[in-house]
Design a protein around this ligand. Structure first.
Ligand code: AN0
Ligand code: CP
Length: 314
């Protein structure tokens, strides 16, 4: 693996999942692999799980880790080629990426959607600038339009908890007061498209995801109908793709409740976290035995560990 910024960087998903599960059983089996190697993690945005689990994953492989909250502590970066840097930005990504590369062996970056323009976000200007100018492999810790480490985690978790060979997996939109990226939903759809599952997406009209990503996936606007026979309910809010970055609905009827979970085939409940209780999902669902959110967050370590291992080995 040369980099991990996209689900398309995965070579063989089933093998990667099996290897992650093996690492979970024996996390220190490769503790010599990355001795004297360094991971730098740059955060343009907040994080709890990604920051701690990726650090833990690196340490499990014997790596050193340096973390920087670059938005607060670094110089403001310029990303446009040929710009006259008279305004806020003090340093161009062209230098910054090459400089950082000299201090590490893998560079991981979190950079959320800016919501200024759909074109800009879907061009992935920030992470692609680092891919272009850095001289070490890049790992996405969630970029403007994707969260591939989360999606790999989710595929691992589904593999662990499925009890039929082809489970029905429902990705359900749920309300949220703020405009959130499509990143988690996009990567989840992409990884499910590589998996042996029946995927159904349910959301209110107007919340259609990028049609290039959902091509061929069944969309059911009736949430209750979508939930019938589901084995996994994966919930996430996202803001509109067509009316880009807008919150079109906060309809409480889309919140995940115990009554809705009862329509399913005793489905497991999944969410990437952080989640707003009693807005996205009720306490009863989140506190139920069917909720996998804590187990999911544990798997973040092994998703990151298998990705770092693959990159270091290649
Ligand atoms: C972010 C998002 O929706 O992309 C990060 C999720 C892992 N969520 C929030 O900002 C609440
Ligand atoms: N799921 C996830 O990426 O969480 P953080 O934003 O806390 O890293």
């Amino acid at each position: 693996m040369k980099k991990y910024t996209n689900i398309s960087d995965i070579i063989l998903l089933p093998d990667l999942i099996d290897e992650a599960i093996a690492l979970k059983k024996n996390p220190f089996a490769f503790e010599q692999l990355a001795k004297h190697k360094t991971l730098v993690m740059l955060f343009f945005n907040p994080s709890l799980r990604t920051r701690l689990s990726t650090q833990k994953a690196a340490v499990n492989l014997g790596m050193q880790v340096m973390v920087m909250n670059i938005s607060n502590d670094g110089w403001a970066l310029e990303f446009e080629d040929g710009s006259v840097m008279k305004n806020g930005a003090a340093e161009h990504v062209k230098e910054a990426a090459q400089v950082i590369s000299q201090y590490c062996d893998v560079l991981a970056i979190r950079t959320f959607a800016g919501f200024k323009s759909r074109e800009e976000d879907y061009q992935e200007k920030v992470i692609n600038a680092f891919v272009k100018y850095a001289t070490v492999p890049i790992v996405s810790l969630e970029s403007a339009t994707g969260h591939p480490l989360q999606a790999l985690t989710d595929a691992i978790t589904i593999k662990e908890y499925q009890n039929i060979s082809k489970p029905k997996v429902v990705l359900s939109w749920a309300p949220h007061p703020k405009a959130l990226p499509q990143a988690v939903a996009n990567s989840f759809v992409e990884v499910m498209n590589l998996s042996n599952v029946e995927l159904v997406i349910t959301h209110p009209k107007g919340y259609e995801l990028n049609p290039e990503i959902t091509k061929g996936v069944s969309i059911e606007y009736n949430q209750g109908k979508a939930f019938e026979n589901a084995d996994f309910i994966y919930t996430k809010n996202w803001s509109s793709f067509t009316d880009y970055g807008k919150v079109l609905s906060q309809d409480k009827n889309w919140m995940i409740t115990q009554e809705k979970m009862e329509l399913t085939n005793n489905a497991k409940f999944m969410h990437c976290l952080p989640v707003r209780r009693n807005v996205v999902v009720t306490d009863a669902v989140l506190d139920s035995e069917n909720a996998l959110v804590i187990q999911q967050s544990n798997n973040r370590t092994f998703a990151a560990q298998v990705v770092l291992k693959k990159i270091l080995e290649s």
